[in-house]
Design a protein around this ligand. Structure first.
Ligand code: FUB
Length: 338
């Protein structure tokens, strides 16, 4: 671990940047941190990055994760506990490969873990697993969620108690392969001149294991009310959806992928439309940028990852930073480096 940290320091300085925050854990690689407050404690549901030996390709084949570990802590500043394996790919009957960014929710005494994994046909689907404990172990349902596809689920609980799943990711996340919720087979990646692909939303049923409605697109508009184009790749949706509610408004935040920003857009309904407002987190070390935003004791926190320890894009480490809303509701952009 000491040598991993040393490599990380070299990586940070090699890029002329000094990280502002430290990795939360360094004994395993973690990424895509979905943070929640359950029973007054913080639980993080991250991806568990590993070196599986799978060659790097344009579809992200080197992100070849096989299980999930849940991290817990008393507060954002407290010691972090790794609670061991919460769900293993070998215990998901329909799974093929690549357990990517998960999320979690709690309702009526049960915790739900939502996770994207490729099925045996190599198509990403969303799985759901349940436990009586926030740290698992989780037991997966026998089939993926009916009508689900692509990656990066974010399950948002609204103030009226309704739960919504947001999801989607282009390129390796396969969102471009779906039109009107129908699989089109392998297609080319979106091109300049096209309207940018839109993230998806579906309300969850009372049982939390299915969608209660047809999956819909979530519109992200520019300041003039037009849908963002693929050409606006420093602003358009790529992956890593997250929703938080602040002073009655819905904040939809996401990664722009190939331009590496975490951006946000604000709306009046969980379904959107959302109007683009700015950048939450500037690019971090490594290709991917993926985050969550959570309130804890009257302060807001941004959980994110970079590659400080390994210097490798597929071996990431999670971090946390305080997030501030301005009086007009906009978010102060965070730089992960000085
Ligand atoms: O961790 C695998 C993938 O990398 C996630 O699903 C994306 O959001 C990106 O962070």
């Amino acid at each position: 671990i000491a040598s991993l940290l040393f490599l990380g320091i070299i990586n940070a300085f090699a890029q002329g940047k000094t990280p502002v925050s430290k990795p939360l854990v360094s004994h395993i690689f973690t990424a895509d941190p979905s943070a929640h407050v359950f029973n007054g404690k913080i639980y993080i549901y991250p991806s568990h990055d590993i070196e599986s030996g799978t060659k790097e390709d344009d579809e992200g084949g080197h992100f070849d994760m096989k299980d999930y570990h849940i991290l817990s802590m008393d507060s954002p500043q407290s010691k972090v506990k790794d609670n061991g394996v919460a769900l293993d790919i070998k215990d998901v009957a329909w799974a093929g490969r690549q357990m990517w960014a998960p999320d979690a929710a709690y309702k009526n005494g049960t915790y739900y873990l939502y996770f994207p994994v490729k099925d045996k046909e190599d198509i990403f689907r969303m799985g759901v697993a349940t436990s009586k404990s926030p740290i698992g172990p989780f037991k997966a349902e026998k089939e993926p969620i009916k009508g689900s596809y692509s990656i990066d689920p974010c399950v948002f609980k609204d103030t009226d108690g309704s739960f919504y799943m947001y999801f989607g990711g282009i390129w390796g996340g396969q969102l471009q392969r779906w039109k009107n919720n129908t699989y089109q087979g392998k297609t080319e990646n979106p091109k300049k001149g096209e309207i940018a692909r839109l993230p998806r939303i579906a309300k969850l049923s009372a049982d939390m294991k299915s969608f209660s409605e047809e999956v819909k697109e979530v519109k992200i508009l520019d300041e003039k009310g037009n849908l963002l184009m693929e050409d606006n790749n420093d602003k358009r949706f790529f992956e890593a959806a997250w929703v938080h509610k602040y002073k009655g408004k819905y904040y939809f935040s996401y990664s722009t992928g190939d331009t590496h920003n975490i951006c946000y857009a604000i709306g009046d309904s969980p379904y959107g439309p959302f109007t683009y407002k700015g950048i939450v987190l500037n690019p971090v070390q490594g290709w991917t940028n993926h985050h969550s935003i959570v309130a804890f004791k009257n302060k807001w926190y941004l959980y994110y990852h970079d590659t400080e320890i390994s210097g490798k894009t597929h071996l990431r480490n999670i971090k946390v930073s305080e997030l501030k809303h301005n009086a007009d509701g906009t978010i102060q952009t965070i730089n992960a480096y000085k």
